[in-house]
Ligand binder design. Structure first.
Ligand code: F6R
Length: 614
């Protein structure tokens, strides 16, 4: 949710911290701040409400000297978004400053105890409680920062990634993680900190992903040290980051979201590379080779995910049932984790997450693990928490997704899930050889068909202004296209702030049809498939009530134009692959409508890219 950056070395910290914050703004952008130990040894904290640009304006006449600093971009959990609640937070003496991502669940108890000892608080945050607690321990027990952090974290319940500086120990940053991501970059006589590797990759490709319960002791002129909370030294696991700058910059597009929509054909090729053979007739996933017994023996598949990833799961659920004949349940991770669900060791639980950090999905994994299930992760962010918490998995390899609205991750997830279903079906012999080959072949053709679908961009940009007046929209689809209707509605909601609902088209007559009038745009995914004729009937029902219909149809369709106000035409493909192609006009519709309404497409209000809190 929040973004953390840190630097200690011989360069000026401020430009490195600000550049890093901009990279991490996707994680939260309601306020931002920096703390730096200046050349004269002062610990200066500057913070502002709003985006990082507000912070740089504010700092333009401030002392931003120094080679040590920490910085933060926030997504509020405790306390309204304001400069007062922004991080970093000072301790009472102003000797310490802290940044934090996560939630300290027992902060109210600790705060009360500290208040009885006379400690006063300047913000409403759980984070300030932590830094005051650390300082209280330092003074009371006469401990240096590292030991005091260890003692404090021992008593803290909750999730955190933190970094603390102490102006009396200016050559050191102490960082720690539990259930919130934190990466340390190792350079030449310098170290970097980040919530992910994106603020680090300009300077070094050597990183250490901290594990839960790790404390990093980052001292200038010394080797990086990683300890457990109890102080036991941990073995350093240095990884090489495989990320380039082009992947995290806009590359000439006006917004990351548009760039990411247009990247999809290339992303899907990357996703399939090395997994589908060059002849295009066979899929292999290493996870299935390595864990054959558990995966082929699955009596049931349970998919856990949130948001867009859950929509990908709903589509995949239909594939697992129809191709592999394995019963499949698709659950919101946030509901699953609190339900005491029936899960056995014969179940395979598939966790889908772009960020690999979603707190509810992680908790659902832990619960399923305790119940003995085999856990398979499908993630995008390499080295994130979910891939590390699962028994096996497959990365979608679509590159960093920066736009808050998920686009390429959705189609990447669908591609991996389809490959998984094909592998399992083939091994379990629940699919004919002919259908298997046809499907694998068609999957390899999807990137080219997506290119064709992207050609609807101009048409959609012209259509978009018509919908900016709408206060509500309906999205309808059936079969594999029903979860896509949910996804289309979610995209519109989150970036244009227009209320939208996705519905299975046939459910209309059981209630929502009452909403239809000439002011309600209805988007229908009506591609040619088994349910095509039924969808036409549903379109007619809407039409008869004066609804304004925009239909997404397959090329060559001659019927639907008689009933629809607008038609968007897509190349034909197999029924189960239609969501891969039809997601493109839905993403473009949401994008252009939001742009027409002047909304901040990449950073919609109240949202963050990575939801590391419940
Ligand atoms: C919607 C969106 C969210 C995420 C959800 C899960 O565009 O991005 O609904 O899909 O927060 O996130 P991940 O996939 O990172 O677990």
């Amino acid at each position: 949710m929040c973004g953390i950056v840190g630097y200690i070395g011989t360069k000026k910290a401020y430009p490195i911290l600000i550049k890093g914050l901009k990279r991490l703004e996707y994680r939260g952008y309601d306020s931002a701040g920096v703390a730096m130990i200046s050349d004269c040894g002062e610990l200066n904290v500057y913070k502002t409400k709003g985006k990082v640009d507000n912070l740089t304006d504010y700092c333009s006449d401030k002392d931003v000297t120094g080679c040590v600093g920490i910085a933060h971009t926030r997504w509020a959990t405790h306390g309204e978004p304001s400069a007062r609640n922004a991080h970093p937070h000072y301790s009472r003496s102003q000797n310490l400053a802290i940044i934090h991502n996560g939630i300290i669940e027992n902060y109210a108890d600790i705060k009360m105890q500290l208040q009885t000892k006379g400690v006063e608080f300047k913000s409403d945050t759980d984070t300030e409680v932590l830094v005051q607690f650390v300082e209280y321990i330092m003074v009371k027990k006469n401990l240096p920062l590292l030991e005091a952090v260890q003692v404090a974290l021992h008593q803290v319940i909750g999730a955190y990634a933190i970094a603390i500086v102490d102006k009396r120990e200016p050559r050191q940053i102490i960082a720690a993680r539990k259930q919130s991501p934190l990466v340390v970059g190792i350079g030449q006589d310098e170290f970097f900190l980040g919530s992910d590797a994106s603020p680090i990759i300009d300077y070094t490709d050597k990183v250490v992903y901290l594990d839960d319960g790790n404390i990093a002791v980052i001292r200038l002129g010394e080797e990086l040290k990683v300890l457990s909370i109890l102080g036991k030294e941990q073995q350093l696991k240095v990884s090489t980051v495989d990320l380039n700058l082009g992947q995290i910059e806009k590359g000439g597009y006006e917004h990351f979201m548009l760039k990411e929509i247009f990247e999809q054909p290339e992303c899907l090729k990357n996703c399939m590379r090395g997994r589908i053979n060059v002849e295009g007739n066979h899929v292999t996933l290493s996870a299935i080779i390595d864990h054959r017994r558990q995966l082929l023996g699955a009596k049931r598949i349970v998919i856990v995910a949130c948001g867009t990833s859950w929509h990908a799961g709903l589509i995949a659920g239909q594939l697992f049932e129809s191709l592999c004949h394995i019963p499949c349940e698709v659950e919101y991770a946030s509901e699953f984790r609190y339900r005491n669900p029936v899960v056995t060791k014969d179940d395979v639980v598939i966790a889908i997450s772009q960020s690999g950090e979603t707190a509810d999905t992680l908790a659902a994994i832990q619960l399923a693990k305790q119940k003995g299930a085999f856990i398979y992760g499908i993630c995008n962010a390499i080295g994130s928490s979910i891939p590390r918490a699962t028994d096996t998995g497959t990365y979608i390899h679509v590159g960093p997704e920066i736009g808050v609205a998920s686009t390429k991750a959705f189609t990447g997830q669908l591609t991996v899930l389809t490959m998984l279903a094909l592998c399992l079906a083939s091994e379990r012999k629940t699919i004919s050889e002919e259908l298997y080959r046809q499907m694998v072949r068609e999957l390899t053709l999807i990137p080219a068909k997506m290119e064709q679908a992207l050609k609807t961009n101009e048409q959609i940009a012209l259509l978009a202004p018509i919908f900016t007046y709408a206060r509500n929209c309906l999205y309808l689809g059936r079969g594999y296209n029903y979860p896509l209707a949910l996804e289309g509605a979610l995209k519109l909601k989150e970036i244009s702030y227009i209320h939208a609902e996705g519905y299975p088209a046939a459910e209309m007559k059981h209630g929502p049809i009452a909403l239809i009038d000439s002011e309600m745009p209805v988007f229908v995914i009506a591609t040619r498939d088994r349910l095509y004729e039924k969808v036409i009937s549903n379109i007619q029902e809407v039409r008869a009530r004066g609804g304004r219909i925009t239909a997404i149809v397959t090329e060559g369709d001659t019927q639907i134009q008689r009933f629809a106000d607008h038609i968007i035409t897509l190349p034909d493909t197999l029924e189960c692959f239609q969501p891969l192609i039809a997601s493109i006009p839905l993403q473009l519709l949401a994008y252009h409508i939001a742009v027409c309404k002047g909304k901040d497409v990449d950073r919609p209000r109240n949202l963050a890219k990575s939801v590391t809190v419940e």
